[in-house]
Design a protein around this ligand. Structure first.
Ligand SMILES: [Zn+2]
Length: 62
């Protein structure tokens, strides 16, 4: 549990829009790629997507 102590993730402030629900995105836990601004997802949509992928990152089952 050592990593949970006072852990703070750096957030990037900006003015983006979710590509799925069109919600405004004002901060992200990563610096968005200029080429992927049209694919940004808000926190809610991102969570849904991660869930649909089974929690893996970039792992597809053929
Ligand atoms: Zn969204």
């Amino acid at each position: 549990m050592a990593y949970d102590n006072n852990f703070q993730r750096k957030m990037y402030q900006g003015n983006w829009q979710c590509s799925k629900c069109q919600a405004a995105i004002t901060e992200l836990p990563f610096e968005p790629d200029q080429n992927r601004l049209g694919q940004l997802l808000c926190r809610e949509c991102h969570r849904e997507r991660v869930k649909s992928f089974g929690g893996g990152r970039g792992r597809f089952q053929r």
